[in-house]
Design a protein around this ligand. Structure first.
Ligand code: GLP
Length: 261
């Protein structure tokens, strides 16, 4: 795991977008794992800029989102499909046929979860998985006690997650209580992972995930097991990390990071 601290959320999002862009440039047919949430809006804004200003080409890219709400249609404004179309897909040259999210309306959720796992494998696996962190410590919707080897499945959402996400719905009580999410094991199968956390509200849970013990109580801590995981944070989200000086030294001195300064 490598932690990179950037001065503010803008700089953190720009760096995340540039790592994604480098992935696409080095492999135009990359399979990206994508995330939703307020944190990612800035990353997608940067990717759209890279597409418009630097001709970043998404025509061969495929994407798999981490999760979707159970019971919401793709055109429901609260759905993650709607979010992705609005924030990213409608503004770049991606083929919508190559953008996958779990189907929240599937009659048989178990079959839908299996189908999703199979589709990821058919596409050759995820090259780069983008991740946010929820206040419950979740990645995707892997709420506390999600098995570290879990696969895509339907998961009940915790009160913490409901409190965090309900205000995003026109009628907060309408927020679904379950989501279909890639499992922690599915995420760990990705070839590389990129966790982005910004703002002081994430400082405590981020420190637990990065520097605390690996525990199914904080599913993001499982990323410590991944051999290729970058964690990008802004100053506000970094405040509770104990090894900040070390992380800063690496970014300032390791040759791999020179191109990003
Ligand atoms: C949702 C998503 C998570 C995401 C989280 C963070 O719960 N399922 O994948 O990490 O939101 O949201 P925000 O960036 O708004 O804090």
């Amino acid at each position: 795991m490598e932690v990179i601290i950037r001065p503010d959320s803008h700089a953190a999002s720009v760096l995340a977008a540039r790592l994604i862009s480098n992935q696409i440039i080095s492999k135009p047919s990359s399979v990206l794992g994508l995330a939703t949430g307020g944190t990612m809006e800035r990353v997608y804004e940067e990717l759209v800029k890279l597409h418009n200003n630097e001709e970043l080409d998404f025509s061969l890219v495929s994407t798999f989102n981490l999760d979707e709400y159970v019971g919401l249609a793709p055109d429901d404004p609260g759905s993650y499909r709607h979010y992705m179309n609005e924030q990213l897909f409608n503004h770049i040259n991606i083929d919508l046929k190559n953008t996958y999210l779990p189907n929240g309306l599937a009659k048989n959720l178990k079959n839908e979860c299996l189908r999703y796992e199979q589709k990821i494998v058919e596409c050759g696996g995820i090259d780069l998985q983008l991740l946010g962190i929820g206040k419950s410590g979740h990645i995707g919707f892997n709420e506390p006690l999600s098995a570290l080897q879990s696969r895509t499945r339907a998961k009940a959402l915790t009160p913490t997650t409901i409190a965090q996400n309900a205000p995003l719905f026109p009628t907060p009580e309408d927020m679904p209580r379950r989501g279909i999410t890639m499992g922690v094991g599915t995420i760990l199968d990705s070839k590389s992972c990129l966790l982005l956390a910004t703002g002081e509200s994430k400082a405590n849970i981020l420190a637990k995930a990065v520097e605390g013990p690996v525990s199914s109580m904080i599913s993001a801590s499982a990323l410590q097991l991944h051999p290729m995981c970058h964690v990008i944070v802004d100053e506000d989200a970094a405040t509770e990390l104990t090894q900040q000086e070390y992380y800063r030294w690496i970014f300032d001195n390791e040759p791999d990071w020179a191109q990003f300064k």
